[in-house]
Design a protein around this ligand. Structure first.
Ligand code: AMP
Length: 573
């Protein structure tokens, strides 16, 4: 009976999405009008001179395109406790602290109840489509979710990462029960102040419910890989806990200890089974299905800056499908994955037209003036665009900083492929390299490393202009030792794989010096993550900074202090 009700609801969710996307243009107009109506008395829209107008042409003519920098003074006032309608007329229940994506600079963003509703709508939609392809019944899910602490700003406003604000929202629990499968871990684990202890307990609780686990989830592929890498180190302790029915002494947070201990009974049968399964694996290939025999898929963001972790995840997942999680940001959700069968490399996201008003700036060729933004239904298949967000959280024509490619339409809403963050991360003079360029270059060089059966665990970069000429430094953490000859070859491939004409010509004329590859000792990137967690980042939302600026002294120091070997490219000699 229960299943019947669920199936009925899910098909209704799909029908609603179909209807909305068939009328994407109308829904966009209605959404913009509604946003402008609800926020017409805000300081910001008044200042733009909209004067209560909800007309699209007025909006486009009067509201400027902005970046997070432009919004900072307004959000700062909110953090300081100014309750007047600054950016939004809706109550701001909290402020989100975004990861600042991969640039390592956190941003503050207003969090409203509409964002919470959008989150639930998104989860419902994605789940309905996923469940149609991979039905999971009423089982559980092993979800690596971590709610970092909210703190109260001096102005009395709760501040936390977006995921924390979602998990701590009173509507979350009620809303989520009907959508997502039950977690394996008790709430105390999710809200644990210590993320290492939380991770250990998530793994342990997952195994205790192993037969019921229907899928494995973390927001980002990086967290999934990190979880199973950790398992490789702690599995014997987990097996011992299960055998004895006593939780490892490493779990010291009283609430977590008490909640997880209640789930444990001595279970030598399960302990032996897990032990045998682990010992029978070759290099941990297929670990996830070995632990969770009824799992149907592995779920998380696997696109964009998460691509470098997909191979490792596939290794752990064996034959299980990898399903890409949807596309959004702390500022607001954008698009849902309604085609879950596509592998991560081909994943596309259908824009959800009632989440906000979306505009798209065609990506300009070098030297061209910035083209005018176009509306959701005006985009062209095959073109790349930068996304502009206008939503209920007080973002108006906000440049999110992401570049997407329109690969088709789902009904009348565009289907996007995530391309990259727009910001240049590596640039000395006329060279222009984005995070994506760095990623491709690392991918190419990692192929040489894989011949030695080694992999790049994580990477970052830095522009060093302290010497003349300046040069790029790439930091690598790799899975084992290798000789200088191999590193030299990798370094040359890295250098040659930046195909940007500015870079290549500057290297040839020696106005950019030879690229330097610095291999850091194992655990260095974990130290960087811990540094960010200490600053309030959430373990679930963490992204490795792909370029470390001079101003990010601490992270640069961690990288530089842990260098095990370094080579300079000889590629352009
Ligand atoms: P945050 O600022 O921590 O909320 O991160 C938001 C950013 O993460 C987005 O602007 C994207 O750059 C990236 N992101 C989110 N979802 C995806 C996705 N499905 N694929 C690729 N990148 C994503």
């Amino acid at each position: 009976m229960l299943e019947k009700v669920e199936a009925l609801d899910l098909s209704k969710v799909i029908d609603e999405f179909e209807e909305m996307t068939r009328n994407a243009g109308e829904v966009q107009e209605k959404t913009l009008k509604d946003i402008l109506e609800k926020n017409k008395s805000t300081f910001y829209l008044q200042k733009c001179g909209l004067n209560g107008s909800t007309d699209i042409d007025d909006f486009r003519a009067m509201v400027p395109l902005v970046t997070d920098h432009d919004m900072e003074p307004y959000v700062k006032r909110m953090v300081e406790g100014d309750k007047s309608p600054i950016l939004t007329g809706l109550p701001v229940s909290a402020i989100s602290l975004s990861s600042g994506t991969t640039q390592g600079r956190p941003k503050f963003i207003p969090f409203t109840d509409v964002l919470m509703e959008n989150t639930l709508q998104l989860y419902r939609t994605a789940f309905a489509f996923r469940n149609r392809e991979f039905p999971i019944g009423n089982g559980k899910a092993l979800q690596f979710i971590f709610s970092s602490k909210q703190y109260i700003s001096e102005g009395g406003v709760p501040v936390g990462t977006a995921t924390t604000n979602v998990y701590r929202n009173p509507n979350f629990k009620a809303g989520i029960r009907s959508i997502r499968s039950m977690y394996c871990s008790p709430d105390e684990v999710i809200f644990s102040p210590d993320v290492h202890q939380a991770l250990y307990c998530h793994l342990l609780c997952g195994i205790l419910s192993r037969d019921e686990v229907q899928y494995v989830f973390a927001a980002f592929a990086h967290s999934l890989v990190h979880a199973f890498r950790t398992f490789e180190h702690v599995w014997e302790d987990i097996v011992a806990d299960i055998r004895e029915g006593v939780l490892s002494s490493r779990i010291t947070v009283p609430s977590v200890r008490s909640a997880v201990s209640k789930l444990l009974r001595p279970n030598p049968g399960l302990a032996n089974l897990i032990r045998t399964r682990c010992l029978n694996l070759s290099n941990w290939y297929g670990l996830i299905p070995a632990l969770f025999p009824n799992a149907k898929y592995v779920y998380g963001i696997m696109t964009g800056s998460m691509e470098p972790y997909v191979n490792k995840l596939r290794h752990y997942a064996g034959d299980l499908p990898l399903i890409s999680h949807d596309y959004g940001s702390s500022e607001g959700w954008i698009a849902a994955n309604v085609t879950p069968r596509l592998p991560p490399e081909e994943a596309v996201f259908a824009v959800v037209p009632n989440f906000g008003y979306f505009e798209f700036i065609p990506v300009a060729q070098t030297g061209e003036e910035m083209p005018k933004p176009v509306g959701l239904t005006e985009v062209k298949v095959g073109e790349e665009y930068e996304i502009l967000l206008t939503n209920y959280a007080g973002m108006y024509r906000y440049r999110l900083g992401d570049v997407v490619k329109v690969v088709g339409f789902y009904n009348r809403t565009p289907q996007l492929k995530f391309v990259c963050r727009k910001n240049l991360i590596l640039s000395i003079n006329i060279d222009k390299n984005t995070e994506r360029d760095l990623q491709l270059s690392v991918e190419a060089a990692a192929k040489r490393l894989s011949v030695e059966k080694l992999e790049v665990i994580d990477f970052s970069s830095h522009v060093d202009v302290s010497t003349e000429p300046g040069h790029y430094i790439i930091f690598w953490e790799i899975s084992g030792g290798t000789n200088k000859g191999v590193l030299q070859e990798c370094c040359n491939v890295l250098d040659r794989s930046f195909l940007d004409a500015g870079y290549v010509s500057s290297r040839k004329t020696k106005s950019i010096g030879p690229l330097e590859l610095r291999v850091v000792v194992k655990g260095t990137f974990k130290k960087i993550q811990e540094h960010y967690l200490g600053l309030g980042a959430s373990a679930g939302q963490y992204k490795t900074p792909r370029c470390v600026k001079l101003s990010n002294k601490k992270v640069l120091q961690i990288l530089c202090e842990n260098v095990a070997s370094r080579v300079f490219s000889t590629a352009f000699e």
